[in-house]
Design a protein. Structure first.
Length: 651
């Protein structure tokens, strides 16, 4: 833990809305006088009928439920669009930077975005979408993605975005789980000069026997590549947009009505559909965007995430647009066609705030500082980090080289489930320590508990739980409220279990240490080891598989798979390659195993439970007797020796 302290820069001390005293006072009041604090905060949104109640949530089994602003009515798209029109309808809402730097960026003003959203909302209605229906979005990073999100919000349809890098199989699973009836996609996506066959993937997904709910596919022409259109099912976005009016009254939504669902990985089973509500979620996205980034008119704000993840939802679309910001949306990769690309985009659009992931920083660091220093970057004032623990080395590089020492690093800890940031610094208020997400935001009451759930005081390390509900908290797991309770509220009763470990130092700073469950974080992408295992055992030659994470210089964690083959099958390099391809096809490239070790057997207890602790150590290369610990309780202790021996020949 680095104890180096970076004070608030003078420029931020003068400009920021928050200082340290206000931050502390706000946090105290948000906990001690929660109802009045939150009803006051609710006024930052535009309500059709304002709420008279704040939280009516409970983490206890007897009256379990998450409910925020339950008697309030609003429409999220009105908050992100209509309410800005009178004062700054002509200011830029979205700057779109294409994958290929030779192409021309697009700019949409709030008025233009409003116009497009209302039209597309009418298109969705014509396609049969009604309040509460699910619409799946499988799109590249183009403005139409934001348009589609907001159009769903306008009519009260629940969007379910599936990351464009997921396979047809993964897409089909996510369509079927929520029975969505309409799918919005593009002909192809583009990333790093390569084409992503989105429509072809859609065709493959919809051809699967179990995937029958979609009756309409709306296709955006993004690249003009050749695709098949199925008559009666598939329609072009530009055709239908030309035929609708731009008047679309917003659907009044209860604050607790679902705004979206987003699938995320857990330690067991299939990815679950995390359900977020309307009022609480939007309040949280908007408030945290203001607290963490202190947006002011004229700033250009760039969150370099993908809309397929929660970061894209909350910090490319909902948070910034609710706050009337200019949000930059980038189609491509941070280091293509050159490792300078991310900084060139900063210069091209005079970006004030850049928000990206540690994995990106580590990859860029490796390329050398010249790619950074060759660019100007004088517009940068604030740098954000999200998705995984930021190692102090990457933090210092980001601060000193990218930000030339003048930009605070806003390291935001949160999860798909939390809706938006939970533990994070505020630029005018918080002295920073490299690698620490610092302090909880208002209303967030973190606790660190030991394995028995006993709350630890003072400096300590253990499991991170949250002791009370906050407005952005997910409301349920789609179609499985019981799984919601069991996953998050049964381990340490009375609290929300994050699945992360954390330390708190003597100054009260929080340091997230990573997942304590069987979830791994690969390049900021969350992956359940169970998902990769399920994909592997579907292969005809595989008898059993166990997957663990291991430290990876760039990705943070890599995927290490132990594979036991069926009797009679021989390990080979070609089979190893085939299994890697198999997993990519089953889940998508983000699940590509980095290492496959053929294992004659897996270390199991006598009751048959796989000892992952041992597998993690072997994957890390830490095979000392001390690291492996007591193996005498295993059903067959010789398995471990064999794994250690064969590890040496893994390429
Ligand atoms: O382990 C934590 C890590 O990412 C997990 C959540 O992943 P996901 O739901 O995909 O959301 C990513 C966007 C917030 C967490 O359980 N994580 C996220 N941000 C940080 C982090 N770990 C350490 N520091 C962070 N700033």
């Amino acid at each position: 833990m680095s104890q180096e302290l970076f004070p608030v820069p003078a420029e931020w001390a003068t400009r920021a809305r928050m200082n340290e005293d206000r931050r502390m006072a706000d946090h105290k009041r948000s906990l001690e006088d929660a109802d009045s604090y939150w009803l006051e905060q609710a006024a930052r949104l535009n309500w059709m009928s304002p709420p008279s109640k704040a939280s009516e949530s409970s983490f206890d089994e007897a009256d379990f439920g998450i409910s925020w602003f339950a008697d309030g009515t609003l429409n999220v798209s009105v908050n992100c669009l209509d309410r800005h029109l009178a004062d700054h309808g002509d200011s830029v809402a979205i700057i779109w930077e294409p994958d290929d730097p030779a192409e021309t960026p697009r700019r949409l003003t709030y008025r233009q975005l409003h116009h497009a959203v209302c039209r597309f909302a009418n298109v969705l209605k014509d396609a049969g979408a009604r309040k509460g229906d699910r619409v799946t979005l499988y799109l590249p990073m183009i403005p139409e993605a934001a348009i589609a999100l907001l159009a769903c919000a306008r009519i009260g349809a629940i969007h379910s975005v599936v990351f464009g890098g997921f396979s047809p199989e993964a897409l089909a699973g996510r369509i079927t789980d929520c029975d969505s009836t309409i799918l919005v996609t593009a002909d192809e996506g583009r990333r790093g000069g390569k084409r992503v066959p989105l429509k072809a993937n859609v065709d493959a997904a919809l051809a699967m026997d179990h995937c029958t709910s979609i009756h309409r596919v709306i296709v955006v022409q993004a690249t003009g590549g050749a695709i098949d259109m199925q008559p009666g099912r598939d329609i072009w976005y530009h055709d239908v947009m030309a035929g609708v009016v731009s008047d679309c009254p917003p659907e009044p939504m209860n604050a607790c009505d679902p705004l979206f669902l987003l699938y995320t990985s857990g330690s067991t089973g299939k990815p679950k559909g995390v359900v977020h509500g309307s009022g609480g979620y939007l309040l949280w996205a908007s408030l945290t965007h203001e607290l963490c980034f202190d947006y002011r008119p004229g700033d250009v704000y760039w969150c370099a995430a993908d809309i397929g993840w929660v970061t894209g939802h909350s910090y490319i679309v909902y948070g910034p647009l609710a706050n009337g910001a200019t949000t930059l949306m980038y189609e491509g990769l941070p280091s293509w066609p050159t490792p300078s690309r991310i900084w060139q985009v900063v210069d091209r659009h005079q970006v004030h705030t850049l928000f990206t992931a540690p994995t990106v920083l580590r990859a860029l660091m490796k390329e050398g500082d010249d790619f950074v220093t060759a660019t100007d970057r004088s517009s940068l004032r604030l740098l954000g980090s999200v998705g995984e623990p930021i190692n102090p080395e990457a933090w210092r590089w980001y601060h000193a080289i990218a930000g030339e020492g003048r930009c605070p690093i806003i390291d935001t800890w949160w999860q798909t489930e939390t809706g938006a940031a939970m533990i994070a610094p505020m630029p005018g208020a918080t002295a920073l320590k490299p690698g620490s997400a610092t302090f909880p935001l208002p209303g967030v009451e973190p606790q660190i508990v030991d394995g028995e759930g006993v709350v630890q005081q003072g400096p300590c390390e253990g499991n991170l739980v949250i002791a009370r509900s906050w407005p952005g908290q997910m409301q349920t797991v789609w179609n499985d409220h019981d799984r919601f309770f069991q996953t998050y509220f049964s381990t340490f009763p009375g609290t929300y279990t994050t699945g992360d470990g954390a330390r708190r130092d003597a100054d009260g700073y929080y340091w997230i240490t990573g997942r304590v469950d069987d979830v791994i974080n690969v390049s900021g992408h969350r992956m359940g080891t169970a998902e990769v295992e399920s994909a592997l055992v579907l292969h005809a030659k595989v008898a059993e598989a166990a997957v663990v994470g291991f430290p990876h210089d760039i990705k943070g964690q890599g995927i290490y798979a132990y594979v036991t083959l069926n009797m009679g099958e021989e390990p080979s390099d070609s089979l190893r390659r085939a299994l890697v391809q198999w997993v990519r096809a089953e889940i998508g490239p983000i699940a590509t195993p980095d290492v496959i070790q053929f294992a004659p057997g897996l270390p199991k207890t006598r009751s048959g439970k796989i000892m992952r602790r041992i597998l993690r150590k072997i994957a890390e290369g830490d095979v000392s007797a001390q690291a492996l610990g007591d193996i005498s309780t295993l059903a067959d202790p010789t398995v471990v020796k064999e794994l250690v021996r064969t590890r040496a020949i893994v390429p």
